[in-house]
Design a protein around this ligand. Structure first.
Ligand SMILES: *[C@@H]1O[C@H](CO)[C@@H](O)[C@H](O)[C@H]1NC(C)=O
Ligand SMILES: *[C@@H]1O[C@H](CO)[C@@H](O)[C@H](O)[C@H]1NC(C)=O
Ligand SMILES: *[C@@H]1O[C@H](CO)[C@@H](O)[C@H](O)[C@H]1NC(C)=O
Ligand SMILES: *[C@@H]1O[C@H](CO)[C@@H](O)[C@H](O)[C@H]1NC(C)=O
Ligand SMILES: *[C@@H]1O[C@H](CO)[C@@H](O)[C@H](O)[C@H]1NC(C)=O
Ligand SMILES: *[C@@H]1O[C@H](CO)[C@@H](O)[C@H](O)[C@H]1NC(C)=O
Ligand SMILES: *[C@@H]1O[C@H](CO)[C@@H](O)[C@H](O)[C@H]1NC(C)=O
Ligand SMILES: *[C@@H]1O[C@H](CO)[C@@H](O)[C@H](O)[C@H]1NC(C)=O
Length: 283
């Protein structure tokens, strides 16, 4: 403990607060040194770590984000919730991955990892893109399975908010949401919903599923949900209940149950086309 305290005093606290999306300055010294930067929350610290091309682990404590080039270093003695993985150290195009954003709901903090608001961004994308993440944080985006796995290593509450094209707002929450790592094909587990005003549980139906995309079919269906239902990657079990990453339409799609390509959900009184959806994990 004494040694850690000593190490903490070695690196000066940066005075400037890095922007959420900025790259992190490099650590100039060696391992066992921690670069301390101010951060508002653990998830912002996680994002800073994922933005840097050298940070391998991070820890968050009392507004201080500690970034380290070594897996073994952290800001304090406690184990870190998020452990950095090599895939997110050097994104091919730093402007591509979208780390999502934080949202306060009823005094609880959530991390939004998926959003469709405008249809600006195409979601018919490949496995690699769903792993890395894509889109625009102010409109439509997917934060990427690597980061979702980082957050989903521990049981978390997931909240889904949906607005239909006729302006009805629906939400549901379920406990114990987890997403496995790449070697499980990012398998998702979730409990049945426990707070909601949807009429049925749109997510539990897919619990236990691996991820599937237009180029990788891991679903339980004889066909290929991702490519047949609008191109969206998802934890497809079978092809119904919800299609959060399908084609976007801001107007009612006439027969979504037989031609289920669009962003739509059946938990909101039969199938309804959605003009907006957000999926988020409680921090
Ligand atoms: C990290 O990125 C900076 C700026 O893009 C670059 O100068 C530096 O060489 C990179 N470091 C490593 C270890 O890749
Ligand atoms: C995605 O959908 C758009 C619009 O329909 C289409 O132009 C594009 O070719 C599709 N991309 C893939 C990878 O299927
Ligand atoms: C993201 O969306 C906003 C709002 O529509 C727009 O102003 C901005 O230019 C977009 N950014 C990119 C990188 O497309
Ligand atoms: C669902 O609940 C929210 C409040 O949590 C409410 O604003 C909304 O109107 C409800 N939706 C319906 C369709 O009743
Ligand atoms: C996490 O959720 C799973 C599935 O519900 C459960 O079996 C496990 O006990 C939970 N772990 C913790 C620490 O709550
Ligand atoms: C699921 O999460 C709830 C709330 O966090 C917890 O009380 C419960 O023990 C978990 N379920 C299982 C099966 O562990
Ligand atoms: C991925 O998860 C599996 C199952 O939880 C675990 O056995 C394995 O060690 C993990 N692999 C990595 C690289 O973390
Ligand atoms: C992951 O997906 C690939 C491609 O579909 C498949 O070959 C592999 O067996 C899957 N892995 C597991 C653990 O099921």
């Amino acid at each position: 403990m004494l040694r850690l305290v000593l190490l903490l005093n070695l690196c000066p606290l940066l005075l400037a607060t890095p922007e959420y999306f900025d790259s992190v300055p490099a650590l100039t010294c060696c391992c066992n040194q921690i670069l301390k930067v101010p951060a508002q929350s653990e998830s912002k610290c996680a994002v800073l770590s994922s933005r840097s091309n050298w940070s391998r682990s991070f820890g968050f404590s009392n507004g201080v984000c500690g970034l380290s080039a070594s897996d073994k270093c952290a800001v304090n003695n406690e184990p870190t919730i998020f452990k950095k993985q090599t895939e997110i150290q050097t994104p091919a195009d730093p402007s591509k991955p979208v780390p999502g954003y934080e949202l306060q709901v009823d005094n609880r903090l959530f991390w939004v990892f998926q959003q469709r608001l405008t249809g600006d961004v195409l979601f018919n994308r490949t496995w690699d893109e769903y792993v890395l993440g894509f889109g625009n944080v102010s409109t439509d985006f997917w934060a990427g399975l690597t980061l979702i796995n980082e957050f989903g290593k521990t049981n978390r509450t997931i909240r889904i908010e949906m607005t239909t094209v006729d302006n009805e707002f629906y939400w549901q929450e379920s406990a114990n949401f987890t997403v496995g790592n790449a070697s499980t094909n990012y398998t998702m587990h979730v409990d049945q919903y426990n707070a909601y005003n949807t009429s049925s549980d749109v997510l539990y139906f897919h619990s236990g599923s691996q991820f599937s995309t237009i180029d990788i079919d891991n679903d339980l269906y004889g066909g290929h949900c991702a490519s047949e239902r609008g191109g969206g990657g998802f934890w497809w079990a079978n092809c119904q209940m919800i299609n959060p990453n399908g084609f976007y339409s801001s107007t009612v799609v006439s027969d979504p149950s037989s031609n289920f390509k669009y962003v739509a959900a059946s938990g909101v009184q039969s199938y309804k086309t959605l003009q907006a959806i957000k999926m988020m994990l409680q921090l």
